[in-house]
Design a protein around this ligand. Structure first.
Ligand code: SF4
Ligand code: SF4
Length: 169
């Protein structure tokens, strides 16, 4: 990522996550080590998001889709040694993105529509197979249920109003 610091906003953190806790982050990466979404594509890397907020990278953050891959497991909250509360940070970034661009549709919603999940199920499936466990049941493996699921999603405003993103998926 090319960063233009002339365009950065030093007070952005106050707008997104107005807590001194954020500045206690020392970039250790512990939050990533236990995060299931860190295996996603692209991966959710909370450490990087914290840095982007602190550095005031507004444009880059507005385009960042990874916060929407969070599955709300709260592992990062338990593991962060500095009590940054990374999960709260993820939620704050999502809220700020939605407030700053009402037309914003995270591409992860396309993944949910297409497959029924946004997470790295493929990685988990390989690990389960190595342990002799059956594949995880996912709706994407059942065409009938997937169709019903997509019809249901198409009734929600966020998808119906942007159906061009989902047609043919
Ligand atoms: S709450 Fe979200 S960001 Fe935190 S570990 Fe879980 S999936 Fe990752
Ligand atoms: S675990 Fe906490 S201190 Fe470490 S990088 Fe993540 S948010 Fe920062």
């Amino acid at each position: 990522m090319d960063i233009d610091f002339n365009e950065s906003r030093s007070d952005l953190w106050k707008e997104i996550y107005n807590t001194e806790d954020l500045h206690h982050c020392y970039n250790c990466g512990t939050c990533i080590s236990g995060c299931p979404a860190s295996n996603g594509d692209p991966p959710l890397l909370i450490r990087n998001l914290a840095r982007m907020v602190i550095l005031g990278l507004e444009e880059e953050l507005l385009e960042e889709d990874t916060p929407w891959a969070c599955v709300s497991c709260s592992k990062c909250e338990e593991m962060c040694p500095m009590d940054v509360k990374p999960f709260e940070l993820v939620l704050a970034i999502r809220k700020w993105q939605a407030q700053n661009d009402v037309t914003y549709v995270p591409t992860s919603i396309v993944e949910i529509y297409k497959r029924g999940y946004t997470q790295a199920v493929g990685v988990n499936t390989e690990l389960r197979n190595q342990l002799g466990l059956p594949d995880l049941p996912t709706i994407s493996k059942d065409p009938v249920k997937l169709k019903l699921y997509q019809e249901m999603l198409m009734k929600t405003p966020v998808i119906a109003d942007n159906d061009y993103m989902f047609k043919g998926k």
